[in-house]
Design a protein. Structure first.
Length: 196
């Protein structure tokens, strides 16, 4: 009889904790869903968050390892954002006509650029990582003394090498990751409107 009472009490407390975290997860997802269409506002907030982090690093003159790790992480996210979901270099259908290929000529059918890392997930990852980095700057155990100019030079070198490789990849496979809309063609016999 006593065991049944303790089992029931622990089960109800576990259910309460689970319901609390489930409700917290629903509120978080609802806030993310509401922020989805507001691209400029989201990116402005992420930029302000990064500036707050950099200001904290600059004013406190420390946590350079955290700043370097955050920079490397943001660089990896940016490269994933610029890369197509199906990499033409490793696409098994690259030489077949039935596979999903990127258009190589202007008269081919329009196919939108599908990113490996979508814009919303890119923003969310940057926001989360910057928030975690800001929290890490409140702990002295992460303030490892380093000669920061070496980290800056290494990051600049890594950025240049990585972007050079990415641009060569874009040129080789003829894609541009910043196309916005489907191109609109003028009908035959329709007068041109030079005011647009």
């Amino acid at each position: 009889m006593m065991n049944e009472d303790t089992t029931t009490a622990s089960t109800s407390s576990n259910g309460g904790v689970r319901k609390f975290f489930q409700r917290l997860s629903q509120i978080y997802q609802s806030a993310l869903d509401r922020s989805t269409p507001h691209t400029k506002l989201r990116w402005s907030a992420a930029g302000v968050l990064v500036l707050i982090f950099l200001l904290r690093i600059f004013l406190n003159q420390g946590w350079y390892i955290i700043c370097y790790a955050l920079g490397i992480f943001h660089l990896n996210l940016f490269i994933a954002f610029l890369t197509p979901k199906i990499d033409p270099e490793f696409d098994p259908y690259a030489n077949d006509d039935d596979g999903p290929n990127l258009p190589t000529r202007s008269n081919e059918e329009f196919r939108p650029f599908i990113r490996r890392l979508p814009e919303f997930k890119f923003w969310l990852s940057i926001t989360k990582s910057t928030t975690i980095a800001i929290i890490c700057t409140f702990f002295d155990c992460f303030n490892i003394p380093v000669f920061w100019p070496i980290l800056v030079m290494y990051f600049i070198t890594l950025f240049c090498i990585t972007m050079k490789r990415q641009i060569k990849h874009m040129i080789k496979y003829k894609y541009l990751p910043f196309t916005r809309n489907k191109p609109r063609y003028q009908r035959v016999g329709e007068p041109t409107d030079s005011s647009k």
